[in-house]
Ligand binder design. Structure first.
Ligand SMILES: Cc1cc2nc3c(=O)[nH]c(=O)nc-3n(C[C@H](O)[C@H](O)[C@H](O)COP(=O)(O)OP(=O)(O)OC[C@H]3O[C@@H](n4cnc5c(N)ncnc54)[C@H](O)[C@@H]3O)c2cc1C
Ligand code: SF4
Length: 382
């Protein structure tokens, strides 16, 4: 079967490198790997004994004992990093606005409700709503670059219905919002006989993982996912136990989709409705990964293993697919540079253009692809 996917790894490679270097991703470009935690070492040893290859998680965190390195305070998931060891776009100057001195305005709390089109398929203005002041504002535009995520970008296009776009912007082939794809995932926890041997965990959520099952003959349809250490947020909750997380990108199906409801919210904006269900294939893939994770827990000496109830039946936080990229307007919404087919100046540069969620964490790819698309637009403009 031929797959219409116009963005190759070679296209992305230089932008991956740039992002890795800007964010100082551990274990890449001369940056030290982040050392394995106590549980990470146990997991790695058990995996090796089972013939599985453990790897160090490429974290956007400067390792402990380096300048401004991590002090293992365990706040990564919820609080600002006290040492700036954890990368964020402001601390690392990812936003390069040097070519536009003083010309960028950020409108906080401004919700873009719709895009106004001219008869020649050219975006003319944004119609926005500021909930704090209940103001509606109209912003004339030269071009629109949408990065609102796979649910909101599609919803914005559907809300922008007009006589020039009767089913919404970019929706001539009824594809906007379709193919919503998340991750299927699960957790297994192993309890050791002597809890004192595994004290509280301080530090990042994960330090080791394996991608041995990313593609594997034992997995239904040969396409698996990742297994990685997944410590609980509060250090004490980890005493006496090791938790593993397994994730796999879900199959993109056109019936999984973002739509607009006929009901409107108090501001007059239609509610978003989502139709979504996991496939049998995806459930079988995650069961395979769960069994491999539990082999590892048994091997590292867990005396009791618990599989957490499956909790991602209604989607998860890695969201893709609703503004799919491709070469043909009949089967995709945007082209390889993010430009909506048939429109002159509306671009989408977020996770929604990725047709599949991938089997690993997506942000690095979303950033690299956005950078690539932005550069191609800048080259076109100059
Ligand atoms: C709890 C959690 C943990 C995660 N952990 C990881 C991880 O460890 N690693 C990883 O790779 N990924 C992780 N992710 C996933 C990652 O955050 C997303 O995949 C990524 O942020 C998606 O990028 P995006 O640019 O598509 O959209 P977003 O990052 O969602 O950006 C969309 C932006 O658009 C704004 N917006 C939306 N609609 C409108 C509108 N109508 N008008 C104006 N502004 C609008 C939103 O406020 C937001 O700022 C996690 C996500 C969550 C929720
Ligand atoms: S554990 Fe996380 S938040 Fe704390 S210092 Fe390290 S990187 Fe920063």
């Amino acid at each position: 079967m031929e797959i219409d996917w116009p963005i190759s790894l070679l296209d992305l490679e230089p932008f991956y490198s740039e992002i890795e270097s800007l964010l100082e991703i551990s274990g890449t470009y001369g940056f030290q790997p982040y050392p394995a935690s106590q549980r990470g070492l146990l997991i790695s040893n058990a995996m090796r004994e089972l013939g599985i290859t453990p790897k160090s998680v490429p974290l956007a965190i400067r390792p402990p004992k380096t300048t401004n390195g991590c002090i293992e305070c365990s706040s990564c998931n919820h609080l600002v990093c006290p040492t700036n060891a954890k990368a964020n776009i402001l601390a690392k100057s990812v936003l390069d606005d040097s070519a536009f001195p003083g010309s960028i305005s950020v409108l906080y709390g401004c919700f873009v409700n719709s895009i106004e089109l001219r008869s020649d398929c050219h975006a003319e203005a944004l119609e926005c709503y500021v909930p704090l002041s209940s103001q509606r504002i109209r912003i004339p535009v030269k071009a629109v670059i949408v990065c609102a995520n796979a649910i909101q970008s599609a919803a914005l296009m559907l809300r922008s219905k007009s006589r020039h776009a009767p089913t919404g912007i970019g929706n001539d082939s009824d594809l906007v919002g379709r193919g919503l794809s998340f991750k299927i995932s699960g957790y297994s926890v192993g309890y050791v006989k002597n809890p004192a041997a595994l004290p509280a965990h301080w530090g990042p959520h994960a330090t080791v993982y394996t991608d041995d099952f990313y593609e594997h003959p034992g997995v239904p349809c040969r396409f698996g996912g990742l297994i990685y250490e997944a410590n609980l947020d509060s250090p004490g909750e980890n005493i006496g136990r090791v938790r593993l997380h397994y994730i796999a990108g879900e199959e993109p199906w056109s019936h999984n989709r973002v739509m607009l409801d006929s009901a409107i919210d108090p501001h007059g904006i239609p509610y978003i409705r989502i139709a979504y269900k996991n496939s049998e294939n995806d459930r079988a893939r995650i069961s395979f990964l769960a069994n491999r994770a539990e082999d590892t827990l048994r091997r590292l000496g867990a005396s009791c293993i618990e599989r957490m109830p499956f909790s991602r039946g209604k989607g998860s936080s890695h969201l893709h697919g609703t503004m799919r990229a491709g070469s043909f307007p009949k089967t995709s919404v945007v082209d390889h540079c993010g430009k909506i087919h048939g429109l002159t100046n509306i671009y989408v540069m977020d996770g929604s253009v990725m047709n599949f969620a991938g089997n690993s964490h997506p942000t690095h790819t979303i950033m690299a692809n956005a950078k690539r698309m932005a550069l191609s637009l800048a080259e076109k403009e100059n």
